[in-house]
Design a protein around this ligand. Sequence first.
Ligand SMILES: C[S@@+](CC[C@H](N)C(=O)[O-])C[C@H]1O[C@@H](n2cnc3c(N)ncnc32)[C@H](O)[C@@H]1O
Length: 398
Amino acid sequence: MHYIRFLKPPRLLGGRRGNAPSVLKAKVTVTTDLGESFLWANVDLVVELTDGTGKRVLERGKGYTWKGSEGMRSLEVELFIPAFRGKESGGMLRMLVRPKEDFLAVENSERILGDSNEHEDTGKMGCVMAVRSMAIEIPSNQSLPISTTTSMAERTFRFGKSEIHIWEETGESIARHIWYACTTQNTHRDAGLLLSAYLASISDPSSQKASPQFPSLQRTLFQKDLKIIELGAGCGIVGITLSTFFEKQISQILLTDLPEASEILAQNLSPLSLSSPSPNTSNSNPPKISHQVLDWSSPLPQNISETKWDMVVVADCTYNPDVVPDLVRTLARLGEASAGMLVLLAMKVRHDSEMVFFELMVQGGFVVLEKCKMALPVLGGGGGGGGEDIEVFVFAVG
Ligand SMILES: C[S@@+](CC[C@H](N)C(=O)[O-])C[C@H]1O[C@@H](n2cnc3c(N)ncnc32)[C@H](O)[C@@H]1O
């Protein structure tokens, strides 16, 4: 999977004379989730101007081609904003950069899970994820030169009937992308996205699409009054997906990470970000979703150690063998007070050193109940090879 990212978020340059249009300029790149590898293939991109909600397209800008085959690493894009657009949209506009071809777009769970029937030829070829800037204020006096920058960008996923909105940091010092902190720690976040798409797909028990099956996981997820904790939640995509799609079953869901992730988690858990209608709209008692700092190298905070958790979720957190012992210790401490607790883990294995996690889990008394490999198609072969695998495990305390 590849991601369009703002290297330089859109800057508004004011029309200097009379009613000259303003222009939004940005610099984008297209990389793998880690950002360690640029897209090698050529892809046509479209830049669009939307209203402040991001939902209504106001202007279609000119097309661009990402020339990956020629070694392109960044691309400057711009959008002209007619003066009336600023007024019409209440002064707030956003830039959307997306692949031109719909079959390359990645925003729905069928595409992420690679089981789209619509495009049999293209469904398995990998995709490119669009990015939407923050809202940019267009001042009413267009003669002023303005330079406005923004520091976050949004990804939108359509899982079934619901949309999930996840903000991430943007700009050249990318620290908290959706795969928060992985750019320096050599890991990936495709696992969290694929796990989220899978969880959304099994939330409707009548749907025949969801494969593979995880009977223990599915049994647990359809119980009542579930308490779920996520470790290393990053931007929170998995926890937010769970709280959206298992709203009737979950009473409490706590997303935890290091203090550096608190700001982006707060943003993604804000009522505005979570406002997308849930598929289970009839629930008058939505799950209590919150975030808290939990460092695996520290003892569990009292409120966490005193709660009986039904499930722990861990996505893309096993890549650093140095912190894996702390992670497993944290899982064991959580399991001490929580008989019957399941651990749901998703990972993209890159190095043999990651296998130490499994040895430590066995020593910690965990057993694998269910496991499965899901294929992730990669456009242009990614960093080597035609695709990648995401592995999903369900553990129980033995
Ligand atoms: C690869 S990111 C995964 C983020 C998210 N689960 C996802 O799939 O998008 C790994 C996460 O583990 C967190 N992490 C690393 N070491 C940690 C520690 N000692 N305690 C708590 N969280 C930690 C990082 O801050 C980061 O958010």
